[in-house]
Design a protein around this ligand. Structure first.
Ligand code: C2E
Ligand code: MG
Ligand code: MG
Ligand code: MG
Length: 284
C-alpha cells in the first residue's frame, strides 16, 4: 500500500510540471534542510543475471520524502543539487549509505555489487577518486564490489579530465558503467577511448524489443558489441517477462527493471537476498 501511495504521489509531481522560480528556490532551501537532517534515504533496485536468475547487484537510487510535497523524484532535485553546490554532499551521502548497507549484506554472505550514480559534474572533479577511496575504506568493502554509473553527458563536458578521473577510479578497483547508453552523443567514440567496464542500455531501447523489430536489432547488436569489447551488459527497464526472455536469448545479460524488482528499502532487499540464498534445508 505504501508503495502504491508513493507511486501516486510521484505522478502528481511529473517532471513536465513547470515549477516557477520562487517554488524552485523554496525547494532548494528545503533540500539544504533535507541534507542536513538526512531526510533523504536510499533505495535499491536488483540487477539480475538472466542466465542464473541470481541477483548479482543492486543500484542505489536516492529518495526524498518532502514534508509537504511527498516523494520528490531524483530527476527533479538532483539537477537542483547540481546547480547549487550541494551535489557533492548528496553524492557523499548516497555513497556512504550504500556502502554501509552493502557492508551489512556482505557480512551475511551476500556478495552483490553496488552501483551508485555519479553526477556529470563529478567527472571533472579531480578530488573525487580520493573521496571514493575513503568511503570504501570507511566501510571495509572491496573496491571491486562498487560500480560507479556515469552518463555520456558527464564525459562530454570535459573528456580529458573525465578520462583522468575514470582512470584513477579504476585503479582503485572500482568499475565504471556508462548509464543510459545510447541516448547521448558519440557513444562509439567513448567506447573506443575510455576505460570502462559496463554498458547500461537505456530503457527506451529495451522496453519495447518485444514489439519493435528495430529496437530488437539495436539492442542485439549493442549487446554483441559490448560483449566483444569485454564489457558487462545491463539492460534497463525490463518491465515484463517476455522482455526478460527475449533478452536472455541475446546473450549473457544482466537485467534491471520493474519486472525483476522495484527500488526498495535496504531491509526489503536483504530479505529478498536471504530468501534467494537459503538452502532447501534452511527453508524447511
Ligand atoms: P537511472 O540511473 O537511469 O536509474 C534508473 C531509473 O529508472 C530509476 O528512476 C528507476 O526507478 C527507474 N526504473 C527502473 N526500472 C524501471 C522500469 O522497468 N520501468 C521504468 N519506467 N522505470 C524504471 P529514479 O529512481 O526516479 O531515478 C531517476 C534518475 O535520477 C536516475 O536514472 C539517475 O540518473 C538519477 N539518480 C537517482 N539516484 C541518484 C543519485 O543518488 N545520484 C545521482 N547523481 N543521480 C541519481
Ligand atoms: Mg543509473
Ligand atoms: Mg540508467
Ligand atoms: Mg535511464
Amino acid at each position: 500500500y505504501h508503495a502504491k501511495l508513493e507511486r501516486d504521489r510521484i505522478s502528481t509531481f511529473a517532471p513536465e510540471f513547470d515549477i516557477n522560480t520562487v517554488d524552485r528556490l523554496q525547494l532548494l532551501a528545503d533540500l539544504r534542510t533535507a541534507l542536513s537532517e538526512t531526510a533523504l534515504h536510499v533505495e535499491y533496485q536488483p540487477q539480475v543475471d538472466l542466465a542464473s536468475g541470481r541477483t548479482v547487484g543492486v543500484e542505489a537510487l536516492v529518495r526524498w520524502h518532502h514534508p509537504e510535497r511527498g516523494l520528490v523524484r531524483p530527476d527533479e532535485f538532483v539537477p537542483l543539487a547540481e546547480n547549487s553546490g550541494l551535489i557533492l554532499e548528496l553524492t557523499t551521502f548516497v555513497l556512504d549509505q550504500a556502502l554501509r548497507d552493502l557492508a551489512a549484506w556482505r557480512a551475511r554472505g551476500h556478495e552483490v555489487r553496488m552501483a551508485v550514480n555519479l553526477s556529470a559534474r563529478h567527472l571533472s572533479d579531480l578530488a573525487l577518486p580520493r573521496l571514493v577511496a575513503e568511503a570504501i575504506e570507511r566501510h571495509g568493502v572491496p573496491a571491486t564490489s562498487l560500480v560507479l554509473e556515469v552518463t555520456e553527458t558527464g564525459i562530454l563536458s570535459d573528456p580529458i579530465r573525465a578520462d583522468l578521473v575514470i582512470r584513477e577510479l579504476r585503479q582503485l578497483g572500482v568499475a565504471i558503467a556508462i548509464d543510459d547508453y545510447g541516448t547521448g552523443n558519440a557513444s562509439l567514440n567513448y567506447l573506443r577511448r575510455l576505460q570502462i567496464d559496463e554498458l547500461k542500455i537505456d530503457r527506451s531501447f529495451v522496453s519495447n524489443i518485444q514489439a519493435d523489430d528495430h529496437d530488437l536489432i539495436i539492442v542485439r547488436s549493442t549487446i554483441e558489441l559490448a560483449l566483444a569489447l569485454g564489457l558487462r551488459v545491463v539492460a534497463e527497464g525490463v518491465e515484463d517477462a517476455p522482455t526478460a526472455v527475449a533478452l536472455a536469448e541475446l546473450g549473457p545479460v544482466i537485467a534491471q527493471g520493474f519486472h525483476l524488482g522495484r527500488p526498495a528499502p535496504a531491509a526489503t532487499v536483504l530479505q529478498a537476498l536471504e530468501g534467494s540464498t537459503l538452502t532447501p534445508a534452511e527453508r524447511g
